[in-house]
Write a protein that binds this ligand. Structure first.
Ligand code: AMP
Ligand code: GLY
Length: 442
């Protein structure tokens, strides 16, 4: 009997928990969570609530449970060295060490690594630890993006046009960033369509999963503020409507070179998920950023399609044997739509901003799948807390059918909720394709 420890409390981890429980090895699941996720709890033998910045508490829970294998879902525990602590305690853990998680936590580390090893995909960039020279570099760029160094909870990147307008404002932001962060990466703003390519790495072999497109904007038509991600889709052919096999191969080639470079640079094999956030531009595939974990919502697009035993995949990652196993994803389309409280992403003074902690009821959602995120099960029912509440996933042969299933699922959840009805629909997909066509013609 395999005893598996899962760290994390979001919908991504609910999807990971489901993949673990699908294993033919009838594993027992032990979950360490920051807040109780009723979806994960219902699949777990035992749960422990605690903080992700206290690796010793996670190790103690793992030791007591006699864990054989641990999986770390979110970036926070990775950045706090949870994999290092588990490994030191003799518990093999899927996920990079704290040092290798710098690929996500330090934008300058990643840009420098690509540059040093001659890996394509970097935009024009420079790292700064003081204001010296920033003004001159800002003037050289047509469009500006600012990235603070260090974990920022996904809210640190500032893009010209979205978060600020002028070079003078960019300079002010740099001044503020350098007051709290050790450095800032200033880079050229790229134009194109983004895609997520989540890859599995054992340090030497890198295996791709189907590409996914996320939707960060809060409202229909990609308007409103950026969020953690309002939903995502993937296609049955494991490409995207604007993305051909060559572009996917280009993203994969970059990630393979990055895994090799990490090994050369640090001597440590990267064991875990290497999720490249790429952008297809007029001049090819560029790297926006790496994440050291599965995406949320993107994990919910690909894990339900995995036909290979997930525990075997984890063991192959840990044993450096990804080249020996056949990892199969079903050829189906998926659409994930996040149900969020109406007030999600709105400024505090907005009339809807208060309906964040409300009761929701779940009726008939069949055949959609639900993955719980920020929800709390109380005596009188299920409550949303403050953030994204439930990821609703439709899986079918075509994108249109998958979208329709996701919508049916969303319609079965009642309360002061909202979602993006346009994700995965034909008009929005067409807009993406036209955007790409226009960019290529420019
Ligand atoms: P976040 O998820 O908050 O870290 O923001 C990352 C987002 O910033 C990406 O998904 C892109 O939309 C945007 N971004 C980051 N770097 C660039 C870049 N060089 N050019 C254009 N957009 C970028
Ligand atoms: N979907 C974006 C992320 O997981 O960071």
């Amino acid at each position: 009997m395999t005893h598996v420890l899962l760290i994390g409390n979001g919908a991504r981890e609910h999807a990971i928990a489901e993949a673990i429980r699908r294993s033919a090895q009838t594993p027992r699941l032990y979950s360490f969570m920051k807040t109780n996720n009723p979806g994960i709890a219902s699949l777990s033998e035992k749960i422990c609530l605690g903080r992700y910045d206290q690796p010793e508490a996670i190790v103690a829970f793992g030791r007591d449970a006699g864990i054989d294998l641990a999986i770390v879902g979110p970036e926070d525990p990775l950045g706090h060295g949870v994999v290092d602590a588990l490994t030191a305690a003799g518990i093999p853990a899927v996920g990079p060490t704290r040092s290798l998680a710098r690929l996500e936590t330090s934008k300058s580390f990643t840009r420098n690594l690509l540059e040093k090893y001659g890996i394509p995909g970097n935009p024009r960039f420079r790292n700064f630890t003081s204001l010296d020279g920033i003004d001159a570099f800002l003037r050289e760029l047509d469009g500006i993006v600012l990235k603070p160094d260090g974990l920022t909870g996904g809210k640190g990147v500032l893009v010209q046009g979205d978060h600020f307008q002028t070079g003078a404002e960019a300079l002010d932001h740099c001044r503020d960033i350098l007051k709290v962060h050790s450095g800032v990466t200033v880079e050229e703003k790229l134009e194109g369509e983004e895609f997520s390519l989540q890859c599995l790495s054992d340090g030497r072999t890198v295996i791709p999963t189907p590409p996914v497109q996320d939707h960060k904007r809060r409202f229909v038509g990609d308007s409103g503020p950026n969020t953690g991600g309002m939903g995502s889709y993937s296609c049955a052919d494991h490409l995207l409507p604007f993305l051909d096999a060559d572009a996917v191969a280009a993203g994969l080639a970059i990630t393979r070179k990055v895994a090799d470079a990490i090994l050369l640079e640090t001597g440590i094999p990267y064991k875990g998920v290497l999720y490249g956030g790429f952008m297809l531009t007029r001049t090819g595939v560029k790297l926006i950023e790496y994440n050291a974990r599965f995406g949320d919502p993107e994990a919910m697009n690909i894990l339900p399609l995995l036909r290979t035993d997930f525990i075997d995949v984890c063991r192959a990652i840990l044993d450096g044997k990804l080249d020996r196993i056949d990892i199969v994803f079903e050829k189906k389309a998926t659409v994930c739509k996040y149900i969020v409280p109406k007030g999600y992403g709105l400024p505090g003074d907005h009339p809807d901003a208060s309906c964040k902690s409300s009761l929701i009821t779940i009726g008939d959602v069949h055949p959609a799948r639900l993955y719980y995120s920020s929800v709390d099960r109380r005596a009188d029912g299920l409550y949303m807390t403050s953030s994204r509440a439930i990821g609703v996933v439709g899986i079918a042969d075509t994108l249109a059918e998958a979208e329709e299933i996701a919508e049916r699922g969303v319609a079965g959840v009642h309360g002061p909720v909202d979602h993006r009805p346009d994700i995965g629909t034909e008009p929005l997909i067409r807009k993406r394709m036209e955007h790409m066509k226009k960019i290529k013609e420019e």
